[in-house]
Design a protein around this ligand. Sequence first.
Ligand SMILES: *Cc1c(COP(=O)(O)O)cnc(C)c1O
Length: 376
Amino acid sequence: MIEFLSLKSVTGKYADEIHSAVRRVVDSGWYLQGAENDEFEREYADYIGAKHAVGCANGLDALIWILRAYKELGHFKDGDEILVPANTYIATILAITENNLKAVLVEPRLDTLEIDDEVLEAALTARTKAVMIVHLYGRCAYTEKIASFCKAHGLKLFEDNAQAHGCIWNGRKTGSLGDAAAHSFYPGKNLGALGDAGAITTDDPDVAACVRSLGNYGSAKKYVFQYCGRNSRLDEIQAAILRVKLRHLDADVGRRQDVAEMYYAGIEADGVRLPIKMAREANAYHLFPILCERRDELQAHLKACGIQTLIHYPIPPHRQECYQQAIKDGSLVLPKHGLPITERIHSEELSLPIGPTISDEEVKTVIAAVNDYETI
Ligand SMILES: *Cc1c(COP(=O)(O)O)cnc(C)c1O
């Protein structure tokens, strides 16, 4: 059986270092808001190329705190609109609607699966305040056109970098390309903790201070509460583990890139579409998505060959039960002509096994099985 991603082997690779990091925290007697957090935040900010990194409980909170901070700092009000790709993982959209902001869904491109910078203009209104790009599948969603669109209309540019640790655009890491970025360290992500964890990066000291306070009950000074915050902190144990994993992140991403190159070179089945490669981008290949009209048959065929695949994602956010009322109320906004490309991606997408510990032999087996698809 070829697993989609074996977390046991990913952790096992660094087990000795992880055990000693955990032991260090256990023995220290200090479990929250301590030296491991401070060090991880500094090391992660350096890695991303941002002035500040602030740890928090998970990636969803990181997204929520960014938007809430811009409200607290007077940039956004209830009902303001944020443009967001319709094919993202639902967390990106939950963070917008949870903040009483309107999520305005825009279509991705079929060839890159990333937000389509050609359709932003049509979604713009007097209440548009920001664009939230999502570096989905580990691929960079940033374009110069998006940046100049934001600049021309006075919009903030945010990045959901949950899937793209290690992705580089024109020499800069994703997570450093906009005003603020949210990062998830969910165990399966490129930089994964052994539990939940997240972070916000930004160059803006006021945003950094505000998100830090929001995740600590709204308090920057003990017993003094400036905001009605919540408890959303990064554990010292997770910070210590992330420091170990961060040291190996580039090597892990390098292996993912080698696996992706093998897929690009080997897959040649008619009816299977691979996303195009973009110049100036080092894709971090969190996932390796392919599109296939007979996706469910292909998945069953691969399963019969002992290959586990996943679908990212089977049901788009605007088709989820939780958002039907919001669509009627107008707090989740769809384009006039619907979202045919998003729906097509959700019906055709299949993610092949990829990760830092998959072997060349396993990758070759996957390629041969995919290329067999025409015979099924
Ligand atoms: C994983 C993920 C999140 C949420 O992160 P959690 O740490 O699981 O809360 C947000 N956005 C995207 C695109 C993700 O893939």
